[in-house]
Design a protein around this ligand. Structure first.
Ligand SMILES: *[C@@H]1O[C@H](CO)[C@@H](O)[C@H](O)[C@H]1NC(C)=O
Ligand SMILES: *[C@@H]1O[C@H](CO)[C@@H](O)[C@H](O)[C@H]1NC(C)=O
Length: 846
């Protein structure tokens, strides 16, 4: 019974308290949560029917109720409470409880919650580059709680030791070992997964294999040789991934070669520019990339041009002998020769010539070739062409040898060569041997040239001096210059009247060099002028001399009154001066120009008239003859005075001369008459002197010309005349024929009459068209022609009318068209009239 009660009471309690606590998630799912993430768990009351306000739900940890706010907090809802942990930590692990207070009763539900650290990749390398062909180790270091499990994936497969590709693992699978990595198959994205309890992390690793550089192309100069002054080129190319970069070193210096004037460096290319001896040595190319390097070394030997010692120049006398010695050193096949102008002197090598030599002569002394380009001697058989030179070497050698023999026996030129010394000896020198001798020494690297000058002494020869008199006046400076050719250098002296001119270094200076001398005199005084001589002397032969004149220019004397009355003109005057006025014992007093002052006699009579300031002036060049004064008025009396001028100064004003002008004359003929033709011809001219009366018009005369049977050019047509206004200076000639000769004249007219004509003969080009221009229509002659044409047309119409209607227009006007039977009479009358009027009208056309 008791048991039944207990059971009942138990049931009764249960029945009374019919609710329960529910935690979501629960049990296992609250364990080993990943730290670092947000966490949420809900505690709620189920199967409770009463009002929610009676229910209080709390979360408790470490005996404290967790409140809202903070990193660990709760949010209350009806009949439930959410526990939230923001970025949960491992330390947040522990025993939590959900407590429910309801109707004074308390119920508790425990919840164990644990957090574990999430697996973390240490220094993850997402790009890994194993070396191709080697055993690759792909790393994926993981920091995690014990129990973490690492697995690898590639191309969607999970990698195990048993897969077709034998993968291996090390260090708890933190290292994936791929034996004999083959970039073709094995390059790609590898996934490293670290799994722990309910979560896992993945690292994507991009694996691309690298390969170390390997130099596959290495080029150096042929036979390791470079030539002085030229450039040498090295080329280096390597395979490798990533693409290698290149560096060049000069082995002895062990310093990287950088681009400069000497070196061009461009990736695998190295150019050593303009080689010198110091560029010989070993050059190394190093190709480098991320995983290794490769190098190669080449040797360069710089082949130098020959070195040639300086050759002293020589000065010799006629008939003497000279020897030029050319000392040289050089590598390889060295060839030395002397060149003078077009001639070349050299020794044939022993081996080339020995076959042909007869033993009687000394080798060195005799192996001479003189290649005489002039071909001025009698060796006809030696003038072989180049082609033959090559084809018949032996024969050629023989000829050279023969030539040499002749040279040496008869000649004055010999060459010998011994141990790097080439000697050229020339005997019985003449002036034609003077000049530059070049010693040219060549080898494979190039040639070196040294020059020496041979001067043959000769007496000086003056080659330049002031041939024209030098003009100067007192106080001025003048210079005299003399040039001479002489060997040896001449000494210079200057003489005036047989006495040497002494240079004082300030007023009088003499500057001389090897081939010229200059005498300068400042602030000249009377004694400095006259005849001055330069003398060059060099101890050979006679001194050379040149005589120069220095003219002392003095101001002109005051001229006597100008003579302006010899001829009279309407609007200008012609004056002369007495040339004797300008003769002077002191020097040259000839004027350069004359200034004339001209005033009318009326003006000059005025009180206080000053010629210089008030009269008209004319500056004319003085040439000793007549001088024209333009722009005067007609029929007037003038007074004329003059001043003479030159470089040295000017004279006083002369006494006055008289001058008169006449009444106007007819104009001068037009000047500068020109004809220009294109499609038409235009004549132009310049207004002439009007001789005191204004030009009123121009007349243009045009005549067609032809050549008659006697070959004379005669007029062939009528003369056409055109009038042109006075202010025109050109005229387009109407209606010209192409390819025809014309004579054209321009005549000016003024109130006095017509000028003479200025005829011009010319041929029209075929571009000229004979069509009438508008201008030609306006000429009077043309108007007459046009009227005639109109009348003729009128007449033709009239005749036609008469023919068709038996009544002409004229007849109609006259009202004489009558009945039929009178028609013929009327027609007769009409035609008679027509004929008559035709005759009448024809008249003017003739
Ligand atoms: C892997 O790296 C290579 C170069 O290193 C690149 O070309 C390729 O696109 C990368 N692949 C991925 C999937 O990122
Ligand atoms: C000539 O006359 C002009 C003015 O008409 C004047 O300026 C000039 O100085 C004169 N020349 C001489 C040389 O007198």
């Amino acid at each position: 019974m008791i048991t039944t009660y207990l059971l009942l009471s138990l049931l009764g309690v249960t029945a009374v308290q019919g609710w329960s606590i529910h935690i979501q998630p629960s049990g296992e799912r609250l364990l080993n949560r990943v730290a670092g993430e947000n966490f949420l768990v809900v505690c709620s009351v189920k199967e409770y029917e009463g009002p929610a306000s009676n229910v209080q739900v709390n979360w408790i940890h470490n005996n404290e109720i967790i409140r809202a706010g903070g990193r660990i907090m709760t949010i209350e809802k009806p009949l439930s409470s959410q526990l939230m942990i923001v970025r949960a930590r491992k330390e947040d692990s522990g025993d939590y409880m959900c407590q429910v207070k309801l109707d004074g009763g308390i119920k508790v539900e425990p919840a164990k919650i644990t957090f574990i650290k999430a697996p973390k990749f240490i220094d993850p390398e997402t790009e890994q580059h194993p070396e191709d062909g080697t055993t690759a180790e792909i790393e994926c270091k993981v920091d995690a709680e014990p129990g973490v499990e690492i697995f690898w994936q590639f191309n969607g497969d999970t990698l195990g030791e048993s897969t077709s590709r034998p993968y291996e693992f090390k260090d708890n699978k933190q290292i994936l070992v791929i034996p004999r990595f083959d970039s073709k198959k094995d390059d790609g994205l590898y996934l490293c997964n670290a799994a722990q309890f309910s979560s896992f992390e993945t690292l994507h690793i991009n694996v691309t294999a690298y390969s170390r550089p390997s130099i596959t192309i290495f080029e150096s100069p042929k036979e390791d040789l470079g030539y002085e002054g030229k450039s040498a080129q090295f080329k280096c190319a390597a395979t490798g991934k990533p693409a290698p970069s290149y560096k060049w070193f000069k082995v002895a210096e062990d310093e990287e070669i950088v681009a400069s004037d000497l070196y061009t460096v461009e990736d695998g290319l190295l150019v050593v520019n303009s080689l010198t001896a110091s560029n010989s040595g070993q050059y190394k190319c190093v190709a480098t990339n991320e995983i290794g390097e490769d190098d190669q070394t080449a040797t360069l030997k710089v082949f130098l041009k020959p070195a040639v010692e300086k050759i002293p120049s020589a000065v010799k006398e006629d008939g003497e002998e000279v020897t030029f010695t050319c000392e040289f050193t050089g590598e390889g096949k060295v060839n030395a020769r002397f060149v003078f102008g077009e001639e070349e002197y050299k020794v044939i090598s022993t081996t080339e010539a020995s076959n042909e030599i007869e033993d009687k002569e000394d080798k060195d002394e005799n192996e001479v070739e003189k290649a005489d380009e002039d071909g001025d001697d009698d060796e006809d058989e030696t003038t072989t062409g180049d082609a033959k030179d090559e084809e018949e070497d032996d024969e050629e050698e023989e000829k050279k040898w023969k030539r040499f023999v002749r040279d040496i026996t008869s000649e004055r030129v010999s060459v010998k060569e011994e141990d790097g010394v080439l000697k050229l000896t020339i005997r019985r020198l003449t002036s034609s041997d003077a000049g530059d001798y070049q010693c040219i020494v060549e080898n494979e690297a190039g040639k070196t040239v040294r020059s020496a000058n041979l001067a043959i002494t000769h007496a000086p020869e003056i080659t330049g001096f002031e041939r024209e008199p030098v003009r100067a006046s007192d106080g001025e400076e003048f210079k005299l210059h003399c040039e001479a050719s002489a060997v040896p250098e001449p000494t210079w002296t200057w003489k005036r009247d047989g006495n040497e001119v002494e240079a004082d270094g300030t007023r009088v200076t003499i500057e001389s060099d090897t081939d010229s001398s200059t005498l300068t005199i400042k602030d000249a005084v009377k004694a400095d002028f006259g005849s001055i001589e330069c003398i060059a002397f060099n101890g050979v032969g006679e001194p050379a001399k040149a005589t120069m004149t220095v003219v002392r220019v003095v101001a002109p004397a005051t001229p006597s009154a100008p003579n302006c009355r010899e001829h009279l003109f309407p609007n200008y005057g012609v004056c002369t001066l007495n040339a004797e006025d300008f003769e002077s014992e002191e020097g040259d007093a000839t004027p350069e120009e004359i200034v004339f002052y001209v005033a009318t006699q009326d003006e000059a009579k005025e009180e206080g008239f000053d010629f210089v300031t008030q009269a008209r002036n004319f500056t004319v060049n003085f040439n000793g003859a007549k001088m024209r004064l333009h722009g005067l008025d007609v029929n007037k009396g003038y007074f004329v005075r003059a001043i003479a001028r030159n470089e040295a100064g000017e004279s006083e004003l002369s006494p006055q001369g008289t001058m008169e002008t006449t009444d106007p004359w007819t104009p001068e003929a037009p000047i500068d008459v020109l004809v220009k033709c294109d499609t038409s011809c235009e004549v132009s001219w310049t207004e002439p002197n009007d001789h005191g009366a204004e030009i009123t018009s121009y007349k243009i005369e045009v005549i067609e010309m032809e050549t008659n049977e006697h070959n004379e050019v005669v007029p062939s047509g009528e003369k056409d005349e055109y009038d042109v206004d006075a202010d025109e200076e050109s005229f387009v000639i109407p209606s010209m024929k192409p390819n025809t000769r014309y004579e054209i004249a321009v005549i000016a007219a003024n109130s006095i009459g017509q000028s003479s004509a200025t005829p011009v003969t010319f041929d029209t080009p075929d571009t000229v068209t004979s069509s009438m221009s508008l201008e030609s229509l306006s000429s009077p002659k043309m108007i007459v022609v046009i009227i005639v044409v109109i009348l003729l047309v009128f007449l033709v119409i009239d005749v036609l009318c008469c023919f068709f209607f038996r009544c002409g227009i004229i007849a109609c006007f006259l009202g004489c068209c009558r009945s039929d039977h009178k028609k013929s009479a009327a027609a007769d009358l009409e035609s008679g009239k027509a004929a008559e009027s035709g005759r009448l009208l024809d008249g003017p056309a003739r």
